[in-house]
Design a protein around this ligand. Sequence first.
Ligand code: AKG
Ligand code: FE2
Length: 292
Amino acid sequence: MNMQAERVRIAAFDASDDASAISNRILADGAVIVRNVLGRETIDAFNREIDSCLDCLDAHDASARTYMNDAVTQFFGPQTRHLAGMAGKSAVFRRDVLCHPVLMGQCERLLRPNCATYQLNFADVMDRGPGAKAQIFHRDDGIWPYLPRLDFPLEFATMIALGPFTPEMGATLIVPGSHTWDKDRQPCPEEVVAAELEPGDAVFYLGSTLHAGGENRTDLRRRGMHLSYCLGWLRSEDNNYLSTPLELARTLPREQQAILGYALHDGIEVNGGFLGAVDWRNPLDLIEEGLL
Ligand SMILES: O=C(O)CCC(=O)C(=O)O
Ligand SMILES: [Fe+2]
């Protein structure tokens, strides 16, 4: 009898595959790899924009690596450069990524059944440098600790590779199936898969799936973007109204304004009420009419 424990696997799709096949697999396994989500041109243009912003961050290095409290500072470690709030910082992100049809297809299937409108949760470039330590395994939906465990997803999350992701460079470590585990169960090594990705590929996972940034044992930087969406009735991780303020939001297409959380959350179809109104109107209509 073969006593060696069998390693878990993570299913891989192409971005052109059927969206329901992808979402069903995410719901079953907690995570999948999706190849070719972003094309080469988008990746190159996006990286050029990021490089110029990260240069600014490096210029005030000390303050750039200090976060809102010690726990977060420890979690990210000194080797990781972050650029959060990408919708407010990057034209390429807004044009080619924020409302990408492959991402919206998953939001429709994973989030829309439990909200009137879904919204951007967070878009944070994570550029993990040589020596970055592995993160602790965590669930991204732990940002809403006051909710009891629910039987539907609060968050659809992705890590999009903006450069190569190899196990040695600290590719994201995923624990397939862990979205159904008891809160305190920790994975053993056979239950962990490193998401090996080419630039433009992504790992799609639920907010309830255990994962961690891996250790970077190379002298290269590993660059990826955490991009996630959540139910429209939750508070988003990033303060999107300040990261993409009204002056900028006014210039954007309605679809982008909506995903940034400026839309009315209209729960009337499910005998609910309204969230996010201004003067009892949908802010998107007020913006269109020049009243906001
Ligand atoms: O960098 C990674 O691969 C994962 C990062 C992550 O999960 C996080 O910061 O929440
Ligand atoms: Fe995470």
